[in-house]
Design a protein around this ligand. Structure first.
Ligand SMILES: NC(=O)c1ccc[n+]([C@@H]2O[C@H](COP(=O)([O-])OP(=O)(O)OC[C@H]3O[C@@H](n4cnc5c(N)ncnc54)[C@H](O)[C@@H]3O)[C@@H](O)[C@H]2O)c1
Length: 681
């Protein structure tokens, strides 16, 4: 080694270090999905740096073997994954007590990481992608191994720092501090764009954590299914005029994607009593959801698809159908044949449209993967053409009475970026939003987030189904179904959760709850752990929540005071959770909408039955929700104002939220109009 210090000396100064031995190259199991080629764009100089960066995890004596492999991965796959360092076979979450560790959090967090990489759960497990086309646990397998080593020795006097997948080290803290703090893809302002990001990721200094992929709290498609159910059910009630006590029977919902999150759509429509047709280009994803029981019927024949859907709708039976093919072909057929679609959305990965997230019409999934490698420019042109056609088909259907909403996948933004100015409200830029609403703007924002209802979740760390059963029951007992309509829906949800067979991967549950509900359930669970009724539990939530995410095209789409371009709520939420002692806290750039378009954060909290945990839950759980409700209230969102008013009354002497005075619309507009008029004249 050149320079002032040799590798032997460096190695002797680390007591936790990358593996000394050279692992055998593990094989790849046939049929497990692989990530497509990611665009390689580095200069020779940058390539050298990228190689040296990855070799930081490898003892010098192995550089001769490993460096050519890393270079090959970079040139031919677009990223260095370090396949040689992947443990062979399937990675599956084990019960927490089968992991090595010095504290329960160290073991619990290993359960979560492994669950995110399970063949049944992850989208591209060999490339560490959990979901969302590019959302990763960490960048490469060397990091995975080193993170696990740190978690094995981590004590309750230390905090592990993880920066874009790289375990920076252990630093002393205390039992009330987080055990792990994660950041992903946080870029300095003027570099916060897709191009700089792509360079940084190739160089091995940035990880796309999406939301719960890099925050290690993903629980399979179940994590999103309750939100999807809430969205389509409430859309039906609000737009189609279905009554509060009724479900979606007879309603036809069409969308696309059977991937990580989108795969929740068929199950959600089914639970809501409706008929769902979901287009998916990738046969393997159709097969995965079908074998998991998340889809009833599969067909590549559009006449058959619509015939079955119409029959089920007519007889008011619930049915989910996977159409193996392109969503644009499906919509083309629907328009030409005048098929009735009540509600329509899209969940292709448009936040990464040119990286393979959107398969253009005219290409099979296989051809899409080949073209990504062979001719990205042509792929880009085809994506743009397809998005344009896709948009005009939606417009035609909307004119015929279909309710279309953007599902937070940046679809409308992608259409705009493809050159279709007509998709924007003002006809020239995207500052005033788009002509179709997003699901948060119309439904999830006002009906759920503004009250504090969001995707609360837990994982039974023993892996025992009976623990999950007991927690389901306990959570149900904590909900008063007569309090609000949302509480009634949530009560029914948890009552039927086991019956609906939602578990994929480890024993986990999703349940939308507000601040009071989450706190009550969390404390009840910790008590159950204390009494030995169940084993330890990991609590958490999706980043896609009330307070966790600032994202003007999604989570904060219904914030209209101009502050939706600010990222302070998400950062405060993260910092506040760390300060109050959540076990794991994460803050990311990007999420489900793309780099530079969102800042999102989440947490994980290990319930060990202790009084220390009771104390943390009592202040951290309300904060994690009410910080966002307070901000939404300050933005003059009416349901948040009333929720904050109640909160102030109920928490006198403990918490207090500043409330906004409301100016009269007519007075303000008259005043401004006169002033502008005076200025002109
Ligand atoms: N489910 C939710 O509540 C939710 C919420 C917010 C955002 N999203 C967004 O939805 C998108 C999808 O998320 P995911 O985790 O499922 O991603 P994913 O990449 O795992 O799945 C997307 C699927 O779409 C398929 N696809 C792509 N183009 C297609 C086409 N033209 N026709 C038919 N199928 C096509 C892909 O093969 C893939 O299986 C992301 O952008 C995500 O951010 C979802």
């Amino acid at each position: 080694m050149s320079g002032v210090i040799d590798n032997k000396t460096i190695e002797s100064a680390m007591y936790i270090k990358p593996d000394k031995e050279l692992h055998d190259m593990p094989g790849f199991i046939e049929g497990i999905r692989r990530a497509p080629y990611r665009n390689f764009t580095l200069s020779p100089q940058q390539t050298e740096t990228a190689l040296k960066n990855a070799l930081r995890y490898v003892p010098e004596e192995h550089h001769g073997v490993v460096a050519p492999e890393f270079l090959d991965e970079l040139l031919n796959r677009g990223r260095i994954y370090g396949y040689r360092y992947r443990p062979p076979g399937n990675i599956k979450a084990k019960p927490f007590d089968q992991y090595r560790g010095q504290c329960i959090e160290g073991k619990a967090i290993q359960v979560m990481i492994d669950n995110n990489l399970d063949f049944d759960v992850a989208l591209y497990p060999y490339e560490l992608v959990t979901y969302g086309e590019t959302g990763k646990v960490c960048q490469n397998w060397m990091q995975y191994r080193l993170i696990k080593k740190y978690l094995e020795v981590l004590t309750d006097q230390q905090t592990l720092v993880v920066e874009s997948g790289h375990p920076l080290g252990l630093f002393r803290s205390g039992p009330e501090a987080p055990r792990v703090i994660i950041t992903n893809a946080l870029m300095v302002g003027s570099f916060d764009n897709a191009e700089s990001w792509n360079t940084a990721e190739q160089m091995g200094v940035a990880n796309y954590g999406q939301m719960t992929a890099g925050g290690w709290m993903y629980i399979g498609p179940q994590g999103i299914v309750h939100g999807t159910f809430n969205t389509i059910l409430n859309a039906g009630r609000k737009i189609l005029g279905i009554s509060e006590n009724d479900d979606l029977k007879g309603v036809v919902f069409v969308s696309s994607g059977l991937g990580g999150m989108s795969g929740a759509q068929p199950k959600a429509v089914e639970i809501a009593g409706g008929v769902g047709i979901i287009a998916e280009v990738d046969a393997s994803r159709v097969e995965t959801r079908h074998s998991q029981g998340w889809i009833n019927k599969v067909s590549g024949d559009l006449a058959e698809v619509f015939r079955c859907a119409e029959e089920a709708a007519k007889s008011k039976e619930s049915l989910s159908i996977a159409y193996h093919g392109n969503i644009v072909d499906l919509l083309d057929y629907a328009v030409k044949n005048r098929k009735k679609i009540d509600m329509l959305s899209d969940q292709t990965s448009c936040h990464a449209a040119y990286d393979g997230g959107y398969c253009p019409q005219g290409l099979t999934f296989k051809e899409r993967t080949e073209m990504l490698q062979a001719d990205r420019e042509q792929f880009r042109r085809m994506v743009d053409q397809s998005l344009e056609k896709h948009f005009y088909l939606i417009k035609t259907l909307a004119e015929l009475g279909t309710y279309f909403f953007d599902y937070g996948n940046s679809f409308l933004k992608a259409v705009f970026d493809a050159g279709v100015q007509g998709v924007s409200k003002n006809g020239f830029d995207d500052r005033d939003g788009f002509i179709f609403p997003s699901y948060v703007e119309d439904i999830m924002g006002p009906e759920l987030f503004d009250y504090g209802y969001g995707p609360f979740r837990w994982v039974c760390l023993t892996g025992k189904p009976e623990d999950l059963k007991k927690t389901d029951l306990a959570a149900m007992e904590c909900i008063n179904p007569d309090r609000r309509g949302q509480d009634r829906d949530n009560y029914v949800w948890i009552r039927d959760a086991e019956k609906n067979k939602l578990v994929v991967g480890t024993q986990a549950r999703i349940l939308y709850q507000d601040a009071a509900g989450r706190t009550k359930i969390a404390l009840r669970f910790n008590e159950m752990v204390r009494k030995g009724e169940v084993g330890p539990i990991m609590l958490g939530r999706d980043h896609h929540d009330v307070s966790g995410t600032d994202s003007p095209f999604r989570e904060t789409a219904n914030i209209k005071d101009g502050s939706n371009v600010m990222a302070e709520m998400a950062v405060q939420c993260f910092a506040g959770n760390a300060a109050r002692g959540m076990s794991l806290v994460a803050l990311h750039n990007g999420g489900g909408v793309g780099i530079g378009k969102a800042i999102n954060g989440g947490f994980g909290m290990v319930l060990d039955g202790s009084e220390r945990v009771d104390k943390i839950l009592s202040c951290a759980m309300p904060w994690d929700v009410m910080g966002g409700v307070a901000r939404r209230s300050w933005a003059r969102n009416i349901n948040s104002i009333t929720t904050s008013m109640e909160y102030n009354m109920e928490n006198k002497g403990k918490d207090h939220i500043t409330l906004p005075y409301i100016a009269a619309d007519s007075y303000v507009s008259e005043l401004v109009e006169k002033a502008f008029h005076r200025k002109k004249s």
